[in-house]
Structures are given as C-alpha cells and as structure tokens.
Design a protein around this ligand. Structure first.
Ligand SMILES: Cc1cc2nc3c(=O)[nH]c(=O)nc-3n(C[C@H](O)[C@H](O)[C@H](O)COP(=O)(O)OP(=O)(O)OC[C@H]3O[C@@H](n4cnc5c(N)ncnc54)[C@H](O)[C@@H]3O)c2cc1C
Length: 443
C-alpha cells in the first residue's frame, strides 16, 4: 500500500492502531495477507477510515472475531482489514424495556456476561461466543440451537447504525421494540457479509434468563428413528428451546457415545416445574419411537455439550477437510443426512452430521484419511450439493482449503434474486469496495 493512504489511516486511528507486514498475520483470508489492518476506536473513526479507503480506492474487509472469515469466495485483493474489536462496549441497557444498544465489536460472550448480571440475555447462541462479535453474527446471520424457539437475528434486531462505503453514518430502525416508521434497513444488513456497509452499533431485543435450563440427550439405534422422533416432538405439546438431530460421529465428537446410533439434543428451559414436566414428557413421548436411553444434563455438563455441539466444525475431527451447511425442509433432514453420510463413505471419507431439526439447517463436517486430497473432498461436496438440491434445498461451503474452493463454488445459485441483490449492492457500494467478489454471484 502506498505511504499516503497509510499515513491517512495513522492520522485517523493513531499509529499504534495500524498494522502492516508480519503484524497482519492474524488477519489472513484464504492464504492472502491484507495490505494493512486498521483498528478504529469509535464509529466516527470507522467513518473516516472508510472515507480514506474510498479516496484511495482500497478494498475494505470488516473483521469481527474472524471465526467465519473462511466463508466466501477467495478475495482477489485483500486491501484493508477493518478490525472492530475496539468497538466493544455495551452502550445502553434498558432492563425495563428489554433492549440493549451495543457496539458491533463486542463479543457475544462479553455481552451475555454483562446482561446476565441483570438477569437478562440476548437469545442467540452461535458457536465460539467468546470470539464471535455481534457485528459478525448479524453480518453472517448466525444462530445456534435455540433459534428453534427464540428465532434468529431477524427477530431480535431492532435498529442498526452502519457506515457506508463512502464513509457516511446511517441509522435504521430504532431503540424500542415497537418500530413502525421507515424502511426496515436493519434486515438488509443481516447476512450481507459486510458487502453493504460496516455495522458499528446495534439495538437488540432481550429476554429474561430462564430459571431452569436442561438438555435431554435422547439416544436411538438408528438415525431414521431419531428423525421420526424429532417430528413427533414437533407435533406434540412440548415446547423445546432447541431440537438438534445428531449422527453417531457427532455423538462421538461430543463425548456422548457413538460412533454408532444417533440422538436428539432437546433443550428445555423456563420455570422449574415446566422444565421438569417437559423432561418427563420427552421420555413418555419418545419411548414408543424407539428411544434407547435418555440422559438429562444440567450445569457444566449441559454447557460443555452445547459448546462441543457449536464447535463441531472445528472440533469433530483432528483434521477437518471441509464444512458445508445445508438448508432443507425439516421433514427431509434425516434422509439427506443418511444419504450424505453414504456419499462420504463411498469416497473413503467420514462425515459428522448435525442438524437444527426444526428449522432444517444441517452442518456437515468432512474428514478422513483422504483429507489432503482436494479432488476427493471436492467430489463429496459436489455430490452433497446435488442431493441437497434434489431435496429442494441449498448448500453453502462454510470452510474448505483453497484448492477445494477452486473446484467447488462456495455459494449455491441464488436464482432470480441475484439481480435484486446486485442492484442493492450497486446502490450501497457503487465502487465495489466492501468485501468485493466474496459474496453470492461475485458481489
Ligand atoms: C450462512 C451462515 C450461517 C450460520 N449459521 C450458524 C448457525 O446456525 N449456528 C451457529 O452456531 N453458527 C452459525 N454461523 C456462524 C457464525 O456466523 C459465527 O460464529 C459468527 O457470526 C461470526 O462472527 P465474527 O465476529 O467472528 O465475524 P467474522 O468472521 O469476523 O465476520 C463474518 C462476516 O461479517 C463481516 N463483518 C464482521 N463484522 C462486521 C461489521 N461490524 N459490519 C459489517 N460486516 C462485518 C465480515 O467481513 C465477514 O464477511 C453461521 C454462519 C454463516 C455464514
């Protein structure tokens, strides 16, 4: 990068908060090192940095915790990484209104700890809470198992402040739960992967923390039985907060059994009497469905199981070859998991498969002796995508080595929506400087 843009950046954020050369090592994306990293300390500094970058025609990549920077097409040029970790404050907490306004670089873990002191939480539980930032979570539309009952980012985001590619600060939504005026700007930024603007602040809806919180691990001999059991739970009076269907390899990775069989991970929270009733009812309901055994976990054992489940992509195997995310109808989940495992096995690889069964999101982790073989991995991912599409769904490569990404498209075909997305992109970022080329359709 020429000296003048670097000098401009140093003038804005201070020399100590501009990294170059080997100091950029932690911010590599798909093998490419950024030309510089800037760490602004306020939203006004973010705006000034973006303006300076626009003047220098420098591509900008926002960076939260970096846990999902593997998602996306490999960057053609990695110019300036805009790291948001210094924007990490809880700005306002209104316990009576059940809302909070936070800076985008706060980690989910830090936010939950602050809210927890007042008996509240934001009902999102994606993986790696102590690294993932609220800005990154919103930008990649992340949700964890409790999305089953509590919904996803769309249901919880009330307002956002973003900095546009041209360096303007723009506010959308509001600070109260009832927002009636204006366009729904916040939703546009959910899952936009930093291609439309940089989220600097967010106002979110909160909930009171439940008094009791249990995890029922209901084990079955066959994935098919566990899939049928998931449907039985959904059709019953039970109201679990999470309903994950996991295969034997996932059970092994979670230290809950395996590698044979399958299980439902059923989260139940609320007032103690209600939770106790639901735990007992799960067993009654599932015994005729072939339930082999049910264990109720609480406290540290429950937390460790959910943490391991969230970390499946990194932790299922000593060496992960690739991770794919499938979105299918809930009724198709067990079938595509079975077929997907068979595809991996035929190719001499192994898969750990786990799904949010009620919303139809499957995480497919691939490993095995041929894990260094890009052609074999790409072959499995291609077959997986074909079977998911045949079931009416979509498949996204969440992480894979560069040699695999060169053989398999990261994103699935968005269809006619692509033209609308391109139009929106050209309005928000006409020069194409925000995460260029990484998103769907080369946006
Ligand atoms: C499609 C998808 C679905 C997912 N679903 C789940 C799930 O069901 N369960 C689960 O546990 N996890 C899920 N995740 C994982 C989850 O996304 C990550 O744990 C978390 O969102 C990443 O936060 P981070 O701070 O590490 O972001 P990073 O990895 O740093 O950034 C993620 C993306 O957001 C951009 N970005 C970061 N900060 C900002 C900002 N302030 N403004 C604008 N852009 C920004 C980055 O440029 C990048 O494109 C999902 C991820 C994706 C992509």
């Amino acid at each position: 990068m020429p000296a003048s843009p670097l000098d401009a950046l140093r003038g804005i954020v201070g020399p100590a908060h501009v990294l170059t050369g080997v100091d950029c090592g932690p911010y590599v994306v798909d093998g490419r090192t950024p030309e510089a990293v800037a760490l602004p300390g306020s939203k006004d500094e973010v705006a000034a940095v973006l303006l300076a970058a626009a003047e220098a025609e420098l591509p900008v990549t926002p960076w939260g915790g970096g846990t999902k920077m593997g998602i996306g097409n490999p960057p053609q040029r990695l110019g300036l990484v805009l790291a948001l970790k210094r924007l990490n404050r809880l700005l306002e907490h209104e316990p009576g209104d059940l809302t909070a306004t936070v800076e985008a670089g706060i980690t989910l873990g830090a936010l939950q700890r602050e809210l927890g002191g007042r008996g509240q939480w934001i009902s999102l539980d994606p993986a790696h809470a102590d690294e993932a930032t609220l800005g990154g979570i919103l930008s990649s539309n992340a949700a964890g198992p409790r999305r089953h009952l509590y919904g996803s980012c769309r249901d919880l985001l009330i307002g956002v402040t973003v900095v546009t590619a041209a360096g303007a600060l723009v506010k959308g939504g509001g600070k109260v739960v009832k927002n009636v005026a204006g366009y729904d700007l916040p939703k546009l930024f959910i899952g936009a992967f930093g291609t439309l603007g940089v989220v600097v602040e967010a106002t979110v809806k909160l909930r009171p923390r439940p008094d009791a919180d249990r995890l029922v691990v209901a084990r079955f001999a066959q994935l098919k039985e566990a899939g049928a059991a998931a449907r039985a739970v959904m059709g019953s009076d039970l109201l679990p907060s999470a309903l994950d269907l996991v295969d034997g390899e996932t059970l092994r990775a979670l230290a809950l059994g395996g590698p044979d069989g399958a299980a439902l991970l059923i989260g139940v929270d609320g007032i103690p009497e209600q939770v106790a009733w639901q735990c007992a009812e799960v067993e009654h309901l599932l015994r005729p469905q072939g339930l082999a055994d049910a264990r109720v976990l609480d406290g540290d054992a429950r937390d460790a199981a959910w943490r391991a489940r969230g970390g499946l992509g990194r932790g299922a195997f000593a060496e992960t070859a690739a991770v794919m995310k499938w979105v299918v109808l809930p009724a198709q989940v067990a079938d595509v998991m079975e077929q997907g495992a068979a595809v991996a096995q035929r190719a001499g690889l192994i898969a750990a498969l786990a799904a949010h069964a009620g919303v139809g999101v499957v995480e497919a982790v691939l490993a095995g002796a041929r894990a260094g073989d890009a052609t074999a991995i790409a072959g499995v991912l291609t077959e997986w995508r074909a079977l998911v599409r045949a079931a009416g769904g979509q498949a996204l490569v969440e992480s894979a080595p560069l040699a695999v990404k060169e053989r398999v498209p990261v994103w699935d075909d968005p269809g006619p929506a692509l033209r609308i997305m391109q139009r929106i992109k050209s309005q928000f970022d006409p020069a194409g400087l925000l995460n260029p080329g990484r998103f769907v359709g080369g946006i």
